[in-house]
Design a protein around this ligand. Structure first.
Ligand code: MF3
Ligand code: CO
Length: 251
């Protein structure tokens, strides 16, 4: 396989997918509450996706049965929504969802902190969000992918945290995961050259302690090995003629 460059028609669909998904994520703080299960959060996003005209693309992907991944505290990514996982004050909740519109996907994740009083979680979220923002600012035609990856790593590590290495961001389009792989670490000046029409899901995964992770018995949920806190944020972007457009932020 190779990197697919998206034409105007494909980008219009991905932009619609991204804007609709961003709108739903914006609603989440209003419905997220202590005592709610992660399955209830999934059900809300699932229902809203259908209401706005998005197909929950995770459902059926590799046998996955839910619209979203909800990873809590030491959960990093791919948390399986559960009726028995009840959210409590201070929990660090990572919500990740892929919506598709007329066959084209947008992938997005945000970290929410219940009660906004878990200072470590807020600090880690700030570092992850800054690393994503700065990595996105680097993007334009001619820049190398390694410049983007190194930016994520430098900002996260400068803040005193670590990046997960076993999972990465990715190209995206008709499929959730396309080439190229977009690691959260790398060397500036290396890797492929970015071209207009490339669409990437950039997703810093940040750990408080060591970057090592393991997959739980449910075969999906990825947690930190040392039990340390993790955060995750993700946006889908397109390389434009002269820069970058973030598809999963409201324009
Ligand atoms: N945003 C997730 C990722 O990039 C989407 C996974 S879909 C699932 O890995 F089926 F694996 F949940
Ligand atoms: Co992704």
């Amino acid at each position: 396989a190779a990197i697919t460059l998206k034409n105007k028609r494909a980008l219009t669909k991905m932009r619609t997918a991204g804007q609709l998904l961003a709108k739903i994520f914006e609603e989440v703080p209003q419905i997220l509450r202590e005592g709610m299960s992660t399955l209830e959060l999934d059900a809300y996003v699932d229902r809203r996706m259908r209401e706005v005209g998005l197909t929950p693309a995770c459902k059926g992907y590799g046998g996955y049965r839910h619209a979203t991944c909800v990873s809590v505290n030491d959960g990093v990514i791919h948390g399986v929504p559960s009726a028995s996982l009840i959210l409590k004050k201070g929990d660090c909740v990572k919500l990740d969802a892929v919506g598709s519109f007329e066959g084209y996907c947008a992938d997005m994740a945000r970290t929410y902190v219940l009660g906004n009083e878990n200072l470590l979680a807020l600090e880690m979220r700030d570092a992850a969000q800054r690393s994503l923002d700065e990595a996105i600012k680097k993007i334009r035609p001619g820049v190398k992918l390694g410049d983007v990856c190194a930016t994520v790593q430098n900002i996260v590590e400068s803040a005193g945290f670590n990046v997960v290495r076993a999972y990465a961001g990715h190209g995206i389009g008709k499929n959730i995961h396309e080439e190229p792989e977009v690691p959260n670490f790398g060397k500036a000046g290396t890797g492929i050259v970015l071209l207009p029409g490339m669409t990437l899901a950039i997703e810093p995964m940040v750990t408080q302690g060591a970057c090592d992770v393991r997959v739980e018995a449910d075969k999906w949920t990825v947690k930190t090995r040392d039990g340390g806190l993790a955060v995750h944020v993700e946006d889908t972007v397109v390389v434009t003629a002269d820069g970058v457009e973030v598809l999963t932020r409201l324009s």
